[in-house]
Design a protein around this ligand. Structure first.
Ligand code: KIV
Length: 277
């Protein structure tokens, strides 16, 4: 998707923020596409946000493909990015095989976590003509619950700058910076030609990404890095309880929710029922 890659570069050059949002199902994909989200991400956050897993490391290729196909059906315009899940890109061969599966399932490009240790894998994908989005900083697949904010010390900050530059040289089309300190994100953003997309990394990135369940307010809590734009959890809880009460108290369904049989058929049916008693 060279046209889209160029569009994101142009957006960076023009100082126009790129909007990325995660998505895991068809109806939300339709809403995101219609709302003008630039990049829809089928992230491995599907594991903890939708599938009830304890960690992103439990997400499989099968999980991503299942959700990706649903999201693809709802997208007409946006760029569709999919995560390569944990341990699906340990070698260039693994990465190529699994990226091909994601592209066949409808992805326009793939995202993978890691810095300099992933350069060989990124190069192999880029040489095959596959769009790759990098992801550095807090990388849930490898860091898990270890540490959160990245780039507080000089050594870690410099490591992140070097990783970002190495990933750009290897050909990534864009780079997610997760939980990177604001000044370090700014420095990386200024140094790179390709766009940076931040999550919990401050205001100076070329774009932002959030997890859709946080945006909609489906999570029980709101993290400092996210913003809740709706209260779906409360609305859904109320709707489910009302439905339960309506059925329990015989308020739903009513005749208005049912379908009548034809009058003549009903007459004959009642006669047959009476005769067969
Ligand atoms: O899986 C995901 O949702 C992500 C974003 C946090 C960038 O990787």
């Amino acid at each position: 998707m060279t046209g889209q890659r160029d569009r994101f570069l142009t957006m960076k050059q023009a100082g126009k923020p790129i909007v990325m949002l995660t998505c895991y199902d068809y109806p939300t994909a339709v809403l995101e596409d219609e709302a003008g989200i630039d990049v829809v991400l089928v992230g491995d956050s599907v594991g903890t946000n939708v599938l009830g897993y304890a960690s992103e490391t439990e997400v499989t290729m099968h999980d991503i493909v299942h959700h990706l196909k649903a999201v693809r059906r709802g997208i007409k315009r946006a760029y569709l990015l999919a995560d390569l899940p944990y341990q699906s890109y340990e070698t260039p061969e693994d990465a190529l095989r699994n990226a091909d599966v994601l592209l066949a399932a409808g992805a326009d490009g793939v995202k993978l976590e890691g810095g300099r240790e992933r350069i060989e894998v990124v190069r192999a994908l880029v040489e095959r003509g596959i769009d790759v989005c990098g992801h550095i900083g807090f990388t849930p697949q490898t860091l898990g619950s270890k540490g959160r904010v990245q780039g507080k010390s000089y050594d870690r900050a410099w490591q992140l700058v070097e990783s970002a530059e190495a990933l750009e040289a290897a050909g990534v089309m864009m780079l997610v910076l997760e939980l990177v300190t604001e000044q370090v994100s700014k420095a990386i953003t200024e140094r790179l030609r390709v766009p940076t997309i931040g999550i919990g990394s401050g205001q100076y990135c070329d774009g932002q990404v959030l997890v859709v369940t946080d945006v909609l307010g489906l999570s029980p809590f709101t993290m400092k890095i996210a913003k809740r734009y709706a209260g779906w959890r409360e609305a859904a809880e109320q709707a489910i309880r009302q439905y339960r009460d309506d059925v329990t108290d015989a308020r739903f369904p009513t005749t208005a929710n049912a379908f009548p049989v034809e009058a003549e058929a009903l007459e004959r049916l009642e006669a047959s029922l009476a005769a067969s008693r």
